[in-house]
Design a binder for this molecule. Structure first.
Ligand code: NCD
Length: 308
């Protein structure tokens, strides 16, 4: 495998990536798919990933662990704030320095925005953000990009609609920044008015001259090449009655997609925003998207460890 690497040690945000970084990551991920098909390799033999999940996770955690094992590496884990030293008052900084004594690379999910930057600032080993509250989720955005390229055969020139909880959904923030690296992307942001895309994303689009429209009707998203649905993020609401009022605001049904080629993506877990009758349609890319998490995380682990 050619040594392409990444020009940084820690991955906390998609804003730090350039087009050549995404090109290198997607190319390495494609090579990693071949390794998965062959049943794995020994590229990271002897390396240990510390996997720290202080917020619930199924896919991200399992796919990081699967990725490390497919590369011949090992994993040590800690989860649940209530069972960790963080609960006893330890700072994120101390937890990271400690975890680095046991491992060669660290990934962490934590409920606070900015926790990933704090961790990266002190980590003596490569650090990967696996989600910092409603902030960023860069590895998800890279696997989303990989999925878009596989499903549509290209990224430049696509119309991408994002629907649902754009305020608290970290995956759509991270993905918007990445799409901004491509040419002639048209973004459509559909959400209830309480959950619109934050200014950090809309002002980025304005600065970069990326075309975007905002609205609240699902119908406006159905003509896109990619329809990226998101879950209303219950855990981020301070007023639960507001969540109850908004939780079923959008439900994509098979009937909406009749005669359309639109690819439907979702970072999962889904609640009610995609009806199960969509699952059988060729448009439904979300389970294929999940699968792509492994080669993309293999690529990132190998590249940050200087092995690809
Ligand atoms: C997402 C997340 O954690 O932000 N899930 C994931 O990583 N697959 C989306 C979500 O929880 O809604």
């Amino acid at each position: 495998m050619p040594a392409m690497g990444l020009p940084f040690t820690h991955l906390t945000s998609t804003k730090q990536l350039t087009r050549s970084d995404t090109d290198a990551t997607l190319k390495t991920a494609q090579e990693m798919e071949g390794i998965v098909h062959k049943g794995g390799c020994d590229l990271l033999r002897g390396k240990i990933l510390a996997s720290l999940f202080y917020e619930p996770s199924t896919r991200t955690r399992l796919s990081f662990e699967s990725a490390m094992q497919r590369l011949g590496g090992d994993i040590i884990t800690a989860d649940g704030i209530q069972f960790s030293s963080l609960y006893k008052g330890e700072t994120i900084e101390d937890t990271i320095v400690v975890a680095a004594q046991y491992s060669d690379i660290i990934t962490m999910r934590h409920p606070e925005v900015g926790s990933a930057d704090r961790a990266a600032a002190v980590s003596p080993v490569p650090f990967i953000n696996a989600g910092d509250g409603p902030g960023q989720h860069p590895t998800q955005a890279l696997l989303d990009l990989f999925t878009i390229q596989k499903e549509c055969g290209k990224i430049d020139g696509l119309k991408v609609a994002m629907v649902g909880d754009l305020r608290f959904g970290r995956t759509v923030h991270s993905l918007s920044f990445l799409l901004g690296l491509y040419n002639n992307i048209q973004l459509t942001f559909i959400s209830p008015k309480e959950l619109t895309m934050p200014a950090k994303v809309t002002s980025f689009c304005k600065e970069k001259g990326i075309s975007f429209t905002e609205g609240s009707a699902l119908e406006a998203a159905l003509e896109a090449d990619v329809l990226y649905m998101t879950r209303i993020q219950e855990e981020r609401f301070t007023d639960h009655s507001e969540y109850e009022r908004l939780k079923n605001v959008y439900t994509l049904k098979a009937a909406h997609l009749k005669g359309k080629k639109t690819i439907v993506m979702h970072p999962l877990p889904r609640v009610t925003e995609i009806a199960t009758d969509v699952d059988a349609l060729p448009n439904a890319a979300y389970f294929r998207q999940v699968r792509n998490g492994v080669p993309v995380r293999m690529a990132l682990l190998a590249m940050l460890l200087g092995k690809a």
